[in-house]
Design a protein. Structure first.
Ligand code: NDP
Ligand code: 8X3
Length: 260
């Protein structure tokens, strides 16, 4: 892995680094020389990723892992307290959609899972990491939103509601840090081929693959590159949000599909 070193010496905490966008960001940020704290519930995946990054990369960056559930506030606090140094960049990426059912028949557990992870998990991590950013008068918080945070679609009432909340939280957080050097941004992608749909359809791989197979979605790396762009702007530049769609997607419900 070639280091260009733009993030050399920076400490970056990525939630949900065991798959998809979080994992791609970990790989890309490692290639920029960042020190990483990678989190997620699946410990074995974190260990595997850590070993792969350290093997491929030079010895000039460090990788730490923490396995916990962002819905568990105590575990989030414990993670933050276990970090001795300063976090320069917090990427609140852990999140999911669970189900695609209309509001009158959707599953209550799906709702709780999305609300507790996408909203409260993001808030938990921010609450425990951000105070030290304020103290130091620097830091950057990136919240992974979605096109679903800018528009709604049938079956997406709660997922879309959580991502609209991420948008509102990002705007208010920016105001909370008004006048400081702490930056707050969102990155809001459309369709990205990750484990997202498999999780949404409760492990139904065939249904999940149908979401991506007849179109050309974004890759997790595409989104990681956008995150990298956002965090590598000069200190006086704060990108508030970036909506990034595949060329074949024009809204949440308009996806151009062709048999491949
Ligand atoms: P993946 O399912 O591939 O990855 C999700 C990550 O979140 C995993 O690392 C998972 O880790 C972690 N995660 C989920 N729940 C929890 C939890 N309770 N505690 C800790 N970690 C958790 O999906 P994506 O990479 O696509 O999703 C990443 C983010 O991007 C999400 O916020 C999603 O809403 C957003 N997004 C995705 C889009 C898409 O089309 N894929 C489009 C727009 C936004 P583990 O299971 O090990 O805990
Ligand atoms: C994921 C994109 O359109 O499937 O946030 O909700 S979508």
């Amino acid at each position: 892995m070639q280091h260009s070193g733009r993030l050399k010496g920076k400490w970056v905490l990525i939630t949900g680094a065991t798959a998809g966008i979080g994992e791609a960001a970990a790989r890309l940020f490692a290639s920029e020389g960042a020190n990483l704290i990678l989190t997620g519930r699946r410990k074995q995946r974190l260990e595997k990723l850590k070993n792969a990054l350290l093997k491929e990369g030079s010895e000039t960056f460090q990788v730490e892992i923490r396995d916990f559930d962002v819905r568990n506030r105590g575990a989030c606090r414990h993670c933050a307290e276990s970090i001795k140094g300063n976090i320069d960049i917090l990427i609140n990426n852990a999140g999911l959609a669970s189900g695609l059912d209309p509001v009158d028949s959707a599953d209550f557990e799906d709702w709780d899972r999305m609300i507790d992870t996408n909203i409260k998990g993001l808030l938990n991590m921010t609450r425990f990491i951000a105070p030290r950013m304020r103290e130091r008068n620097e830091g950057h918080i990136i919240n992974i939103g979605s096109i679903a945070g800018h528009e709604a679609y049938p079956g997406g009432s709660v997922y879309s509601g959580t991502k609209h909340a991420v948008k509102a939280i990002t705007q208010a957080m920016k105001m909370d840090f008004h006048g400081t050097g702490v930056r707050v941004s969102a990155v809001s992608p459309g369709l990205v081929e990750t484990e997202f749909s498999e999780v949404r359809f409760h492990g139904d791989k065939e249904r999940a693959s149908q979401v991506y197979d007849t179109t050309t979605p974004l890759t997790a790396f595409d989104v990681a590159e956008i995150i990298l762009f956002v965090v590598t702007r000069p200190a006086h530049v704060n990108i508030m949000d970036t909506i990034v769609l595949p060329t074949f997607q024009s809204s949440s419900t308009m996806v151009h599909r062709e048999e491949k």
